[in-house]
Write a protein that binds this ligand. Structure first.
Ligand code: PLP
Length: 309
């Protein structure tokens, strides 16, 4: 098998099954290092951090589940910028042995548990206004970092310039939608496909609100499986196999689900012959330790996936 590993952030994903369909597949990683800020995280947090500093805020307040990549990234980003961070965690009780929450605490984040019922209010303007009153010195960043500021950061990433020329398609995992909107805005000559990893009927409207003038994006909803955070043995096998073949770690919640969907789309002939596809590796590798902690990954599988490329 031929693997081209350029010194930059691109790696060609070559497989006979892809070649057979006469498309080129390129994976883009912001960094090979598996830190919590890699992938889309640093991009989505860039402007919120800037605004918090400009407005003289003490820090950032944001939301997430107990294993949230976004919470982990926000904690570390704030620490790096000498800002405080508060994470509202969707849980009845904080489990400080959970690796994600442990990391957040070690990075100085103050964690506040909130019930599932309250968490549902996270986009409710009245609830947010009340929260802002309670924490006037903190910039409130929505779940997943998806807001106009987050979208702006992602839109600065040009994913069409592969080492082998321009790509016509960009593929990314989609959770809260900001990454898809940002890529669509920043790459107007490409078609951007978001593979939904969550069942959320409100997503298309939310994405439209961030990029109302663009129609170069599509949300693909057929590969979510049983829902957010759920994966089957086949998907895990795909991630393990991908690691062995390409020395790139995918996790089964976001990037693995999206890449597996992309392989299926390629196999169905969904892309015209001769076209080039860029896949955005959005990070999320900090979540692997959480999957092992929950017993969703065996120690052996964790060791394979977590090993450096
Ligand atoms: C690893 C990873 N990939 C993809 C996404 C999806 O990005 P978005 O929420 O902007 O759709 C997330 C969530 O932020 C994520 O953690």
């Amino acid at each position: 098998m031929m693997i081209k590993k350029p010194a930059n952030n691109w790696q060609q994903i070559w497989e006979p099954s892809i070649d057979q369909h006469q498309v080129g597949l390129w994976l883009y990683q912001t960094t090979q290092a598996a830190n919590a800020l890699c992938g889309n995280k640093g991009l989505k947090l860039h402007y919120p951090l800037k605004v918090a500093l400009q407005q003289g805020k003490k820090g950032i307040l944001t939301f997430g589940g107990a294993f949230s990549n976004h919470l982990a990234a926000s904690a570390i980003a704030c620490q790096q910028h000498q800002l405080l961070s508060i994470g509202l965690v969707r849980t009845d009780q904080l489990d400080t042995e959970n690796p994600t929450l442990k990391h957040c605490l070690a990075s100085g984040m103050q964690l506040v548990p909130i019930s599932r019922t309250d968490y549902r209010l996270r986009s409710n303007p009245a609830w947010l206004a009340q929260l802002q009153q309670q924490y006037p010195d903190f910039l409130i960043v929505p779940e997943g970092g998806s807001s106009m500021l987050g979208v702006q950061g992602v839109s600065e990433l040009d994913l069409t310039k592969t080492p082998h020329g321009n790509s016509q398609f960009i593929v990314t995992a989609t959770g809260s939608g900001g990454t898809l909107a940002g890529l669509a805005l920043g790459n107007p000559d490409a078609q951007v496909l978001g593979i939904a990893v969550v069942k959320d009927l409100s997503l298309p409207a939310r994405i439209t609100q961030w990029c109302p003038q663009t129609n170069n994006w599509q949300l693909i909803t057929g590969y979510t499986g049983k829902g957010y955070g759920r994966f089957d043995a086949q998907l895990l096998e795909f991630c393990l196999d991908f690691k062995q073949r390409h020395q790139i770690t995918l996790e089964p919640i976001y990037t693995g689900k999206a890449m597996s969907a992309l392989y299926q789309l390629i196999a169905q002939g969904a892309f015209p012959k001769g076209s080039s596809i860029s896949f955005f590796h959005t990070g999320g590798l900090q979540g692997l330790a959480g999957l092992r902690y929950r017993g969703s990954l065996t120690e052996a599988d964790y060791q394979i996936l977590a090993a450096q490329g």
